[in-house]
Write a protein that binds this ligand. Structure first.
Ligand code: GLV
Ligand code: MN
Ligand code: MN
Length: 419
């Protein structure tokens, strides 16, 4: 039977790993900075492994640092039921994004094992590595490696300290080659991912649980604008090529364009200036792009209009050149991902059985579930109501809602693992 106390204990245990209090903002105990491929993320994997081994799981870590805990089935060779989420967070993120899904998956499977259920096929819990991409700039890292969707250049990507993905994997005692994590999609009967909703729709509807129909497509890139560094005192205003000023035009254009395309969103979340001194006109400005929509045409429209604007805006509203040029480096593109309708029916039925009429939602956040789904694995997601936004310490999900999610997931796993 689902144990609310055990679930709470596990949420707290993961929330204490890389906990980042910020006394200046009075943040205590609600924030974590558990970046991908760090020793902190490894501590989270160790915790999850320690929860699963007493219940008979075999633990394995693959070449991309994903954790698998495998519970045997009668037919050891049958395609498995894979269930889980990610163990990393964004910097100063909340305790629930990713971590709650892994806690729910463990609770559902352990509860089934304790009830004496026998699986006809193996059931594997997974804790994906570096879903957020906050450190190396490439999201869905672990699941992309597992489903052969990792771009060839990924291993060489570096964090701000110059550490590459290969270096980071080696310092976790792995080979450094994430491509070795690839597994056969045909060996997986279904992938199920529980996750917090990260938006207000379930809360507004007064519902604890939802089921996901589709996940938005994502375009991640880095734009660099070349201006000309110069003296902040001696360079008259009309003679400057200020790369940061040029970037502000582009950022405002992104907001305007994304708002004009239905259901599209566009965000610049990172920006840096070189050389970066208060008495130097910025010579170079680099910023990130995150563009998403439930339709690929909408993503393409935002991109195309933004790049047209960039060409124009380099001259500034007064027509004077603000930049010597700009370049775009595409980091990662994840297509719009419809999830499996058969799995959705099973999840909707399971959620109903625990007393909730689920809302069926499109996810605006990206999820590891996109990778198995795009590789042909029947995939579904359950959302748990969350409040306080997401990717911030105010993110919150109640343990009672999480327990309902675990009960629904347990029913779905029981059904899928029985044949
Ligand atoms: C992950 O949380 C993402 O949607 O960026
Ligand atoms: Mn997540
Ligand atoms: Mn996230």
């Amino acid at each position: 039977m689902t144990s609310v106390a055990r679930l709470q204990h596990r949420i707290d245990e993961l929330g204490a790993i890389a906990r980042t209090d910020d006394p200046a903002r009075e943040i205590y105990g609600t924030s974590v900075s558990r970046l991908g491929l760090t020793p902190d993320e490894q501590r989270a994997r160790d915790a999850v492994a320690a929860w699963c081994t007493p219940h008979g799981a075999q633990i394995r870590r693959d070449a991309a640092a994903n954790l698998y805990a495998r519970f045997p089935g009668t037919d050891a060779d049958a395609p498995v039921i894979l269930v889980g989420s990610h163990l990393d967070s964004v910097p100063m993120g909340g305790r629930f994004d990713g971590a709650l899904g892994v806690c729910i998956a463990v609770e559902a499977v352990v509860s089934l094992v304790e009830s004496g259920a026998r699986f006809a096929r193996p059931v594997e819990i997974v804790g994906w590595a570096d879903e957020e991409g906050a450190r190396f700039g490439i999201g869905l890292f672990g699941s992309s490696a597992a489903f052969r969707r990792l771009p060839g250049y990924a291993a060489g990507l570096k964090d701000k300290a110059g550490v590459s993905i290969t270096d980071a994997l080696r310092s976790l005692d792995l080979s450094g080659d994430p491509f070795g994590a690839a597994r056969e999609p045909t060996g997986i009967r279904a992938y199920l991912e529980p996750h917090i909703e990260q938006g207000p729709r379930l809360e507004r509807a007064g519902l604890a649980l939802g089921v996901v129909s589709d996940i938005v497509g994502i375009y991640h890139a880095r734009v660099t604008i070349e201006g000309r560094a110069d003296h902040a005192g001696a360079t008259v205003m009309g003679a400057r090529m200020d790369a940061l000023v040029a970037a502000t035009y582009a950022i405002q254009a992104l907001e305007r364009i994304a708002a004009s395309v239905p259901d599209a969103v566009g965000t610049v979340g990172e920006i840096s200036v070189r050389p970066g001194a208060k008495n130097v006109v910025p010579g170079e400005c680099t910023f990130s792009l995150d563009i998403r929509a439930p339709k690929q045409e909408s993503i393409d429209r935002v991109k195309d209009e933004l790049f047209d604007e960039l060409r124009r805006l380099m001259r500034g509203p007064d027509g004077r050149a603000r930049s010597r040029g700009w370049k775009t480096e595409s980091l990662h593109e994840v297509p719009v991902t419809p999830l499996d309708t058969g799995i959705r029916e099973i999840l909707v039925r399971s959620v109903r059985e625990v007393g909730v009429e689920p809302l069926v939602l499109i996810s605006g956040a990206g999820h590891d579930a996109q990778n198995p789904s795009l590789a042909g694995v029947p995939t579904g997601m359950i959302f748990v109501r969350s409040t306080g936004g997401s990717h911030t310490p105010t993110e919150f999900a109640s343990t009672n809602d999480a327990a309902l999610g675990a009960q629904a997931l347990e029913l779905a796993i029981r059904e899928l693992a029985s044949t």
